[in-house]
Design a binder for this molecule. Structure first.
Ligand code: SAM
Ligand code: SF4
Length: 335
């Protein structure tokens, strides 16, 4: 008989079965909207989960009915023991996946395959080398492009994450969608979100309506087909008639998907967060190290989850800047 599982259900009736684990805070890029140019302050290794601790905490989540685990960061492929971690996680009964900037993908493609990973989210904010290198403050465009081609050839199901920003890359919307003409790639345009110190400014936003107006005027409204929404989808998805892939729009701020949110986050230093925008955390690693019950803490954090955006009613201060400075940076949360 199947063992009954105590699920992570919050006070709004949402079942949480998707865990995002940040493997580390460091990154090999310095995307302007995510990381300061000088990088982050490096912390003592002992403050972060060891491989064994990470696996213990992940297994506890699986006992609570987690069905999908995404590894993120910082840049997850920078983690020294990445191959071991993914191998060990592959023994759990979950769908494993990864969000990466793609720089080191060629090095780990076999490990990912062996661990049963079929889906990858790769981030790329411009198809123009100089522009991408300016946004990411590094010179890795060619390597990332060739790794995306490699992953396509290797038949990974790829979502390409593009953070859209005014006067930065919004003129490339059609160029990105054109990638979905010949391959099954899924383009995901992401609204620029506020985090601690990322100089968020509402005027940089490219709205859902603006994106759709650009797409309609280029392809004609009759050629934009609406794709069915999978459960817990964060994006509204469309396909251009006869294109193999699709494109989607993730408007976390203007069109939030909080109603169907099934996500919970574990930071690299072992804190659990119930929302990307929440500053409230429970210290699972500290509890584990002092022999305390981590299950109780996981349940507590789920029960305190707010209905929308961690209870923040507006992200904008009167000056039009971010009200989210109480939260961690994106790299310290795990995007
Ligand atoms: N380094 C990996 C990468 O870039 O794919 C994984 C971590 S990154 C924090 C995860 C995702 O968050 C990326 O797609 C990135 O573009 C997105 N992201 C980071 N800062 C963001 C922001 N301020 N607004 C919207 N998306 C953001
Ligand atoms: Fe690094 Fe990803 Fe942040 Fe860019 S978005 S700085 S690649 S963590």
């Amino acid at each position: 008989m199947e063992k009954s599982v105590k699920k992570l259900i919050d006070t709004h009736g949402r079942v949480h079965d998707y865990l995002r684990i940040s493997l580390l805070e460091r990154c090999n890029l310095r995307c302007t909207y995510c990381m300061p140019a000088e990088g982050i302050v490096l912390r003592d290794k002992a403050e972060f989960m060891s491989q064994e601790e990470l696996l213990t905490i992940a297994s506890t989540f699986v006992e609570f009915g987690i069905k999908k685990i995404r590894l993120t960061g910082g840049e997850p492929l920078l983690k020294k023991n990445f191959a071991d971690i993914i191998h060990e996680l592959s023994k759990l009964p979950v769908e494993l996946t990864l969000t990466t900037n793609g720089i080191l993908l060629d090095k780990y493609i076999e490990d990912l395959r062996r661990a049963g990973v079929n889906k990858l989210n790769i981030s790329l904010d411009s198809l123009q080398e100089e522009r991408f290198n300016a946004i990411s403050r590094r010179n890795d465009f060619q390597r990332i492009r060739s790794n995306i081609d490699l992953a396509i050839r290797e038949n990974f199901d790829i979502k390409l994450n593009v953070v859209l920003m005014k006067d930065t890359n919004e003129d490339e919307i059609i160029d990105f969608i054109e990638l979905s003409n010949e391959s099954h790639i899924k383009i995901r345009f992401i609204e620029f979100m506020p985090f601690n110190g990322n100089k968020w400014d509402w005027s940089k936003k490219v709205s859902f309506a603006e994106i759709m107006a650009i797409v309609s005027s280029h392809y004609g409204e009759e050629n934009i087909l609406t794709e069915p929404l999978p459960p817990n989808s964060t994006s509204k998805n469309y396909r251009i008639k006869n294109f193999k892939g699709d494109f989607g729009i993730i408007s976390s701020i203007t069109n939030p998907f909080c109603d169907t949110c099934n996500r919970i986050r574990l930071t690299a230093d072992g804190k659990v967060k119930n929302c990307l925008f929440s500053s409230e955390e429970e210290d699972l690693l500290g509890a584990l190290r002092s022999g305390k019950d981590i299950k109780e803490r996981i349940e507590k954090v789920i029960l305190s989850k707010r209905a929308k955006h961690a209870g923040i009613s507006s992200f904008e201060s009167e000056e039009g800047h971010s009200n989210a400075d109480h939260n961690r940076t994106m790299t310290a949360i795990g995007g």
